[in-house]
Ligand binder design. Structure first.
Ligand SMILES: [Zn+2]
Length: 405
């Protein structure tokens, strides 16, 4: 069922040439030792963790081109020469994966990811994200709007294959006619976390039509991990309003536990509570976080929070407010940490969150293992005023423990 059957060969070739054209973060070799400075930074990042529990990464993307009938899909527009900007963007993401060439991309992507995860000096638990298609309000799929697709079966199978490493995160568009049926089937296979990207999937979290779906999620103890804020990683066709954090009041008020990806750290949206004026999404997220009724129900993940286009306010705020620590989870947004254009360690030095020496060591780690880099970076960042770092407990918090009863 490869959608690219007719066209992917030449595209694969041209993209493969692009992939090899410049420096990229490669798979961990495991052979060469890190410099003493990099090793010291890694040791410090892992030193105060609870040895009885794994490191947790709640935000790792699965990705595939539909090879070997695995059901994954990438919209051909993203690879087409007729859409040079999208194609360039895609080739940057593909390069970040560390996969060389596209002939066995699907398999290689997982192999590199798994090698990078297993190169952690302590066990890591990866929450691997499915991605449902975009659907129209009548419950039929919207292929033109679907950027990429990773079926639930794909992540469930990978989790079954690597139970010590991978936890499946399902994705179900609530407008699907079989939405509740699919939710129950996935929950029966152990899924406890659901991923949405409302801007790209055309999901309005505030739509009352989804109330029965939310009630079923709550009853089954399934937590919602949803992007909020502006979404740059996928084209959205005027749907940024769907990423308004205030639209999450609907599932929250029905008792669903919600993790807001990236803490809604990008872009602006209308203040639906008051003036209707445009305010930063991060501000709207913090407003929800401050409401006592959402205290045990609303969380944020740190994925993408260090990216250059989100600096500096959200990162500064989160580092400066220890009161939020118990409501945050670690997430890498892998493979994005491998895109050298999105994380500028130099800027973090300028902001006083890293020293120049830490930056050099981190850059060395990045070249070997962007997934490890993301973790060590977040453990190294400090509030420039107080020198405070995020606590170890944040990086071992498991979303399974969050579902409200
Ligand atoms: Zn993501």
């Amino acid at each position: 069922m490869c959608f690219f059957a007719a066209c992917c060969r030449p595209l694969a070739l041209t993209l493969a040439v692009g992939l090899g054209a410049s420096a990229m973060a490669g798979p961990p070799t495991g052979l060469k030792a890190y410099s003493p400075a990099a090793q010291a930074l890694i040791d410090r990042a892992f030193g105060d963790l609870d040895p009885a529990r794994p490191v947790v990464d709640v935000h790792v993307h699965a990705l595939g081109l539909g090879q070997d009938g695995d059901g994954t899909f990438v919209n051909p527009d993203k690879l087409s020469v007729r859409h040079p900007l999208k194609r360039l963007e895609t080739s940057l993401y593909l390069r970040a994966t560390g996969v060389k060439g596209l002939d066995h991309f699907d398999q290689d992507y997982l192999e590199v990811l798994i090698a990078r995860a297993r190169a952690f000096p302590r066990p890591l638990r990866i929450h691997l994200l499915a991605m449902d298609r975009a659907y129209k309000s009548d419950g039929t799929p919207d292929p033109s709007r679907t950027e990429f697709h990773v079926p639930n079966a794909y992540v469930l199978d990978q989790a079954a294959r690597h139970p010590d490493l991978i936890t499946p995160v399902i994705s179900i568009h609530p407008a699907r006619k079989d939405a509740i049926q699919e939710l129950e089937a996935c929950a029966a296979r152990g899924a406890r976390l659901m991923k949405w990207l409302p801007n790209a999937q055309a999901i309005d979290p505030a739509d009352p039509a989804f109330d029965p779906f939310y009630r079923r999620m709550k009853a089954l103890g399934v937590v919602l991990l949803t992007h909020a804020g502006e979404e740059k990683a996928v084209a959205v066709k005027g749907a940024q309003a769907l990423g308004n954090p205030l639209r999450l009041r609907r599932p929250l008020d029905l008792g669903v536990t919600v993790i807001v990806a990236h803490c809604a750290s990008l872009g602006r949206n209308d203040d639906l509570d008051h003036s209707g004026k445009s305010v930063p999404n991060f501000e709207l997220f913090l407003r929800l976080m401050n409401e006592p009724r959402y205290q045990d129900r609303l969380f944020g993940d740190l994925s993408a929070i260090t990216q250059i286009n989100r600096l500096p306010a959200p990162l500064q705020h989160l580092l400066a407010h220890p009161g939020l620590d118990d409501r945050l989870l670690n997430g890498s947004d892998y493979p994005l940490p491998g895109v050298d254009l999105v994380i500028w360690t130099r800027q973090l030095v300028r902001l006083g969150m890293l020293t120049a020496g830490e930056r050099r060591a981190l850059n060395e780690i990045w070249k070997r293992n962007p997934l490890l880099f993301d973790f060590v970076l977040k453990r190294t960042l400090k509030d420039p005023g107080t020198g405070r770092r995020w606590p170890a407990s944040l990086f071992q918090r498991d979303p399974d423990s969050l579902a409200a009863t």
